[in-house]
Design a protein around this ligand. Structure first.
Ligand code: HEC
Length: 99
């Protein structure tokens, strides 16, 4: 009885913990499902990358670390990451500062 309760509460608690650092947005659930099976969301929630770099990173996760993800989920995860975990916007019309 207690064992069952313990397992049930662990099942509820783990996804809740995994989600806490990630911003709300379309694709979050898919990202949490696809990306928190082996490590927590904190592994990538603080990273800010543009779309090309996220694509490389997620592709690297699938080839190097054996992440199994469908094409549809890959697209949803990539969209979520590159939308909500993007680098701060820079003004492209501004003259770059002289270095
Ligand atoms: C099959 C297991 C698995 C899944 C699922 C997984 N990863 Fe990983 N990930 C790993 C392992 C193993 C490491 C290395 C952990 C370490 O260095 O301590 C890692 C490390 C990382 C790192 C830090 C190292 C680096 O390459 O920058 C990031 C970022 C990352 N994962 C992002 C993701 C994202 C985004 C997803 C969802 C697409 C994901 N992971 C899903 C296994 C996984």
């Amino acid at each position: 009885m207690f064992k069952t309760l313990f397992i049930l509460s662990a099942l509820v608690a783990i996804p809740a913990l995994a989600q806490k650092d990630l911003p709300e947005g379309a694709g979050k659930q898919v990202t949490v499902r696809a990306c928190t099976g082996c490590h927590g969301a904190e592994m990538f929630s603080a990273i800010r990358l543009n779309q090309a770099d996220w694509e490389r990173k997620v592709a690297n996760m699938t080839t190097e670390r054996g992440v199994e993800i469908s094409d549809a989920d890959f697209a949803a995860v990539l969209k979520y990451l590159s939308t909500y975990l993007a680098p701060p916007k820079t003004n492209v019309n501004k003259t770059p500062e002289a270095k």
